[in-house]
Design a protein around this ligand. Structure first.
Ligand code: SF4
Ligand code: SF4
Length: 426
């Protein structure tokens, strides 16, 4: 990696802490990803992106800013990238997947806050996230109570925090609220960027994001093959890179990977033996570098064939119908698309479990591992409902609650291995 010290300094990063973080990340990446056998060649692109995650990509963001483009950081898949692209902005996901500076986070947040929120605060207070520091606007959203209330504190720590209200019920009033919030968000983006959203610019944004999501759908479908042509870890990595890479380049790279995977399927080449136990992971999003549970599962000789998660199918599976001659009619299509997202903050939220069942069928999964972050009420409460329904439908389900620490890795492995034994006997 080139020397980016000057750039990191200019962003106000704590260089010592940042070096320590990169060194831990680099070591974990080598151990978890590069040690896998028979990886597709197409994963080299994603390895490169990861090796430059705080380097070249940040330089690209800084170059974009120098050209007058705005960087918009966000924490939730309800923030439409289409709208950001329509003002020629750059959308970046603010990852929050590492246990970093939780002591700092706990000075402003209760200890019993989920690891995702604590991570976001740990990164901000510790000054180690160049994406967050490069963002001209940080977008928050009223989803769970933890996030909603913590934005009141984050607002004092970042320059421009914009909080979007979100519905909690899939009703007509809920949809109207979402559309109105998106309309207000357009106004905010126009004010910040000095550019107007037009039918053409919005249509272009929709086309770029649809192409990206189509590539992810293609990848998701290929994973129905047995033997699995790609590991769950690698597929998760692609889903994670989705949030901060250049969207056009990312789409090309995913499609190239899919070309290779389709060839593998034709030739019967897999990363695990034919008939290896297949599972789906469902639940809270796994942001970079949250790889603990997938590593535990795949080192227990099972293969993850799908993620029902916002970093996975829940985040990417719907497309926006790119039809309509006005900004308003396109906004209707965008609202309809996002209103389908089955986040557990909605009540009730039955279509999420229905979709897990569909995924199990189409991907040939033998069991579901439901993953909740500790203290995440929406997903923990829903995990009980999901388990009952899935088990009732004959789909073995394991409910796990964990955090970002490595302390429970051994315990998780014991439970995962017992579950795999159960589904193997079935
Ligand atoms: S789980 Fe809900 S709150 Fe979290 S990213 Fe997904 S939609 Fe947003
Ligand atoms: S993991 Fe759960 S508690 Fe944490 S931010 Fe997401 S929805 Fe909220």
């Amino acid at each position: 990696m080139s020397d980016y010290t000057q750039m990191w300094s200019s962003l106000g990063l704590d260089l010592k802490a940042h070096d320590a973080l990169l060194s831990v990340l680099g070591g974990a990446y080598t151990d978890i990803f590069l040690s896998q056998k028979n990886r597709p060649e197409g994963m080299k692109y994603f390895d490169f992106v990861m090796s430059e995650v705080h380097g070249l990509r940040i330089k690209e963001l800084m170059d974009a800013k120098a050209q007058g483009r705005k960087v918009i950081g966000s924490y939730c898949v309800f923030v439409p990238e289409e709208l950001i692209l329509a003002v020629d902005g750059v959308s970046v996901g603010l990852c929050a997947g590492a246990e970093f500076n939780f002591e700092g986070a706990e000075t402003v947040l209760p200890r019993n806050t989920c690891a995702l929120i604590k991570s976001a605060f740990g990164f901000k207070l510790g000054r180690v996230c160049p994406y967050l520091e490069a963002s001209d606007v940080v977008v928050g959203e009223n989803t769970c109570d933890g996030k909603k209330k913590s934005y009141e504190i984050l607002g004092k720590l970042v320059n421009d925090l914009y909080v979007m209200d979100l519905p909690q019920m899939k009703s007509e009033t809920g949809r109207a609220l979402l559309k109105e919030e998106y309309r207000k968000f357009i106004k905010k983006l126009e004010d910040v960027s000095g550019k107007k959203v037009t039918t053409e610019s919005l249509q272009k944004g929709i086309d770029i994001v649809n192409a990206k999501r189509n590539a992810m759908k293609r990848l998701a479908e290929i994973r129905s093959a047995d033997p699995a042509p790609i590991s769950g870890l690698d597929a998760l990595l692609v889903n994670q890179v989705y949030f901060y890479d250049d969207p056009v380049r990312f789409t090309e790279s995913v499609n190239k990977l899919c070309d290779e995977l389709e060839e593998r399927v034709k030739k019967g080449i897999g990363v695990y033996p034919n008939g290896a136990p297949r599972v789906i992971v469902s639940g809270c999003p796994m942001a970079v570098p949250n790889w603990k549970l997938p590593m535990v599962i795949e080192s227990s000789n099972a293969v993850i064939v799908g993620e029902e998660s916002c970093v996975g199918e829940r985040g990417a599976r719907w497309l926006t119908e790119a039809k309509g001659g006005t900004v308003d009619s396109l906004l209707d299509q965008i609202t309809d698309r996002y209103f389908q997202v089955e986040c557990a903050i909605f009540t009730p939220n039955p279509s999420r479990v229905d979709y897990v069942k569909q995924m199990a069928k189409k991907l040939g999964a033998k069991g579901i591992i439901h993953y909740s972050l500790q203290f995440c009420q929406p997903y923990i409460v829903e995990s009980g409902i999901a388990e009952k329904e899935l088990e009732g439908a004959g789909i073995p389900t394991l409910r796990l609650e964990t955090d970002y620490s490595q302390e429970d890795a051994g315990q998780l492995k014991t439970r995962v291995e017992a579950f795999i034994e159960r589904i193997n006997k079935k």
